[in-house]
Design a protein. Sequence first.
Length: 424
Amino acid sequence: MPFTELGLAPELSRAVAEQGYETPTPIQARAIPAVIAGRDVLAGAQTGTGKTAAFVLPILQALSQSSGGHTPRALVLTPTRELAAQVAESARKYGRHLRTRICVVFGGVSINPQIDALEAGCDLLVATPGRLLDLAGQRAVDLRGVRHFVLDEADRMLDMGFIHAIRQVLKLLPDRRQNLMFSATYSDDIRDLATRMLRDPVTVEVAPRNATADRVDQQVYRVPKEHKRHLLAHLIRDGGWHQVLVFTRTKHGANRLAEQLAGAGIATAAIHGNKSQNARVRALTEFKTGKTTALVATEVAARGLDIKELPFVVNYELPNVPEDYVHRIGRTARAGGAGRAISLVAPDEAGLLKDIERLLRRSLSVTANPEFVVVPEQRAAHGSGAPAARAPQPKPQSPRHPARPSGRSFGAQRDRRRWGSSRG
Ligand code: AMP
């Protein structure tokens, strides 16, 4: 079905064509007509399905068909700054042939330019909850004119503890409005919120509940914790990977791994909540433009990152919440692309892996470890009783294949002994 059959205005169809979109994704094909018809929508769709256009396009259409005053007529609430910025960027692209005024507000940056932008007039406002309430408290934004309200990545909102903030925002909105709720996963809390927020919603689900994108090739390597970074460096170098998003559980872990990979000759940056907004944007830009090979990110920082056709996602540590696995691997095999998601699983993570497999309703295939070199920690050389440890001695490097530091070799043989011949 072409975009033109969805009932979109010519200005929007044109903008979409300019983006190179030929046909609507399933979520777009189903949600756009429902939103145009004025219905509330509950959509189960993960990132990468084209969900942003699924709500932005019909809302832009509605806004262009009615005249507005000074205050926002549509509000999109997102859990993270990055997602807010990306939704606004998409809205600007899709709305380029319309006169819709789009504003974005989030924390971590100066509030004054945001106040100025709102004062200048705004039709579609994209916001994170904290900054929005801050602005409302300062009377810098008036939400009484909102006719269309979108809660994007609602599950993540709840995970991040935003339920109270969401309730506060809802109180600032008029009763008569259209509500759209997007969530990659459904918990009882999400269903609860949907029941309270939505009126007779059209339910749109594009993938089976909690299913991961079929196109993602998911692999598991069983590897002791202390060998993970060596295996990862090996996979990146040996596979000639040029763009890989790596997930760690903590900010500290992200920094450390980024340093270790950089030390192994792999251009790496870290992105997490302790970094300034500018540092995050720079890291993301360098990653998108191929200046860095690996981007190490924590869960929250990576949410909503739109990196087109990301070929590799690595779970350096498995997430504590199985649903987060679905979010993480949603970074690869995005609309139309294919991708691989690799999980490095240490013995103490076996339980987390089981939880994920239970959620997916299938087991993940375990790949035998390749031969890889373990470089002893540099500081171990100063310790006592540690095996003779040498600092990495990089050989002269060829541009395509950085030299491997000397060290012990681990491979399939050793791995099978440790884990047994089949999965534990
Ligand atoms: P989203 O799920 O909204 O984050 O979108 C994921 C990616 O798919 C973005 O890079 C969009 O630009 C792209 N995209 C959205 N809709 C389409 C479409 N109909 N055809 C091709 N790409 C699309």
